[in-house]
Design a protein around this ligand. Sequence first.
Ligand code: NAD
Length: 282
Amino acid sequence: MPIIKGAPVAEAISADTLKRAETLKADGIEPCLAIIRVGEDGSQLAYERGAVKRMDKCGIKCRICALDENISQADFVNEFKKINDDESVHGILLLQPLPKTLSIEPLKDIINPLKDVDAISPMNMYKILANDKTGHAPCTAEGVIEILDWMGMDLKGKKCKVIGRSMIVGKPLGLLLLSKDATVTYCHSKTRELAKETRDADVLIAAAGSAKLVGADFVNENMTVIDVGVNVDENGKLCGDVDFEAVEPLVANITPVPGGTGAVTTSVLAKHVVKAAELLRK
Ligand code: NAD
């Protein structure tokens, strides 16, 4: 059944973002993303490399703020404030998770919501709730909507079931689907009879972080399955939350892992930086 890859969706978003970045540059504004990383975590470094590459493709400058993993909370907050106040920075991405000695909580209130391109601030969460398009949604959650839009899917009245209710993916994604007039169900670790719950969905989005959780008994032949999960299977291979081999022949559309939603996330990030630069200019 059709396999929906992330690359063409990412390319379409990036092409539009590059045009907007060029318009800003013609007005003397160079859109800039600051990436804040504490320590040298391998998966954060990999994500950072992908983000830098994508920003470059989209005509966006990237500034890496690498902080020592032993930095104190007070110094961390001070460094964050400096970046937040820097007028040449339009977007801020804080790589997570932070070391256990640091708390993200004070930063949620400090960050300028316009620069909050991955939506950690309460203001951006509120704007998702209120369907206010001047805010930013978390990039991964918005990336799922981009894929569905790219497919030309009209979500009005569709049964959309989201497995996962985190602040960064599941919860905001459900709200974004709701704003598209979908009928949304959140499933999570306490949901009873998960497979039975998801089986009648038109669109199933798996964002649980549980390798191959979604099996043949979770799906139907008309279903579109979007796999957000990034896990490592028993053989050390990257895999999603969906048992791709078992599910792919049984559904109408499915995104693979790798090569699915992950590719779209950094393009949405770039789009948000340009949007931030446009909003900050006004
Ligand atoms: P999280 O651990 O914060 O949240 C997971 C959610 O899934 C929880 O709400 C939990 O209730 C639910 N859940 C966990 N196991 C479950 C189970 N067996 N049955 C039903 N519900 C279950 O994770 P997160 O940060 O939301 O990330 C989810 C997944 O998405 C992870 O694999 C993560 O690596 C991936 N992710 C991908 C991207 C991307 O760009 N593709 C970005 C962020 C996160």
